[in-house]
Design a protein around this ligand. Structure first.
Ligand SMILES: Cc1cc2nc3c(=O)[nH]c(=O)nc-3n(C[C@H](O)[C@H](O)[C@H](O)COP(=O)(O)OP(=O)(O)OC[C@H]3O[C@@H](n4cnc5c(N)ncnc54)[C@H](O)[C@@H]3O)c2cc1C
Length: 385
């Protein structure tokens, strides 16, 4: 009988990856900017190009990319440790984040030798920041219905027109990898989609930042008005955009990123309880610790399959779904605990951190694919639909 356990064989971090952890901690002790917890809680929305370049100078942006293209050629376990340390410290990783985790691996997998030689070393040096142009006003979950279109231009190359939305960091990035239609109509669904690397400094590109509920502007709306693209802006095969984007989303959904979004708040709360000698919430803290240990085990198991060259799409979806639920439970529980004593003096930094995470946490189960969509992927993977 095929059971869930077959999907999640236990995995442990190799000793080498644990040794690497000490190096990462040493780097953070030296380079991590001194930020209050409510700033650190932003972590992968926190943009700091200087920090990303310092990390790149260490060789740790594009860690899994080949040395020949400027990467560190480390394995998926080392990347797990690096990401785990950066996120638990609340490091501002947003500048290089998408290039490191998604665009670099995509270019490595589908790019021509010339595209790899041009983009990958710049990603690894922290000089080329990328964003992801998938969602559109009428195509979020239903990505196959994207309407942004690239048509062949008379003098060669392509002309791109349309609109993307919720594009994280578009206003800070050099390039977007955009999913667009190159033939047929949105009704043709998976047919006729392609991916392009769009230089955001080209004429015809307009980027308009959007302010979120917490007052930050970390994503944007991007307009394309007959943007001229060279032939070599196409990445992979024309018409293969759907298959490529599916592979790209597997990079996005795997890894420990989907467990740690509320960890700075949890740590800050535990510090505060400890400082007050308050043991009333020990059971809640214990539950979070055991829950985290189990999630981390699942995430490591997915990492082991990635390291073995597999593409565990369903398992990654399951970890993201469980991980984001955990990330959303933390602010709810802490808010409730603080609310039990409305008159007790509370540390202002803890309150600000809790307020920020509570406001932003609904996005955890939207970005990278919503909870309902992931549950559909999991159900299909388990043969339930
Ligand atoms: C912080 C943040 C950062 C983001 N960054 C990026 C980015 O960098 N690039 C990018 O391209 N996009 C980005 N997104 C967009 C994100 O991927 C989309 O918001 C998401 O895919 C949902 O699409 P939508 O907003 O159009 O909602 P819709 O697709 O309209 O969905 C609305 C609701 O209906 C549900 N629903 C939709 N279809 C189904 C179905 N078939 N079955 C059951 N329920 C369904 C959804 O789960 C959701 O609850 C970001 C979003 C957030 C919140």
């Amino acid at each position: 009988m095929h059971t869930l356990l077959d999907h999640f064989a236990p995995a442990a971090l190799p000793e080498e990856a644990e040794r690497f952890r000490a190096q990462v901690r040493g780097f953070l002790a030296e380079h991590m900017p001194a930020l209050p917890a409510d700033r650190r809680a932003r972590s992968w929305l926190g943009f700091d190009a200087a920090f990303s370049r310092a990390l790149a100078a260490q060789g740790w942006v594009g860690v899994t990319l080949p040395r020949a293209h400027g990467g560190a050629q480390m394995d998926a376990f080392s990347r797990f440790v690096l990401v785990e340390e950066l996120l638990t410290a609340g490091a501002p990783v947003s500048a290089h984040w998408i290039a490191d985790r998604q665009s670099g691996p995509l270019i490595h997998k589908f790019g021509t030798e010339a595209q790899q030689a041009f983009y990958l070393p710049r990603i690894c040096r922290g000089e080329a920041f990328f964003c992801i142009g998938m969602s559109e006003p009428n195509a979020g979950s239903d990505l196959a219905s994207v309407g942004t279109r690239a048509v062949r231009a008379a003098g060669g190359g392509w002309s791109l027109s349309g609109r993307k939305i919720w594009t994280t960091n578009a206003h800070h990035c050099h390039y977007m990898i955009a999913l667009v239609r190159t033939s047929g109509t949105p009704q043709d669904r998976h047919q006729g989609l392609s991916q392009f690397i769009v230089d955001l400094s080209l004429p015809g590109v307009t980027v308009r930042p959007i302010t979120d509920l917490a007052g930050d502007a970390h994503f944007s709306e991007v307009f394309f008005d007959e943007v001229p693209l060279a032939d070599d802006a196409l990445i992979g095969q024309e018409g293969s955009g759907w298959a490529q984007v599916t592979a790209e989303l597997a990079f996005e959904r795997s890894g420990p990123e989907r467990i740690y979004s509320s960890i700075v708040l949890l740590d800050r709360w535990i510090d505060w309880l400890r400082a007050r000698g308050d043991t009333r919430h020990a059971a809640a803290v214990g539950r979070f610790a055991t829950h985290l240990a189990a999630l981390r085990g699942l995430s490591l198991s997915v990492t082991a399959r990635l390291a073995a060259g597999e593409s565990p799409v369903v398992e990654a979806a399951l970890v993201k779904e469980l991980g984001t639920t955990f990330e959303q439970e933390i602010p709810a529980a802490i808010e409730a605990a603080l609310g039990e004593e409305p008159d007790a003096p509370v540390d202002a930094e803890l309150l600000r951190t809790c307020a920020y995470v509570s406001q932003i946490c609904p996005t955890y189960s939207l970005r990278g694919g919503t909870r309902e969509i992931l549950r559909g992927v999991i159900a299909r993977g388990l043969g339930l639909r």
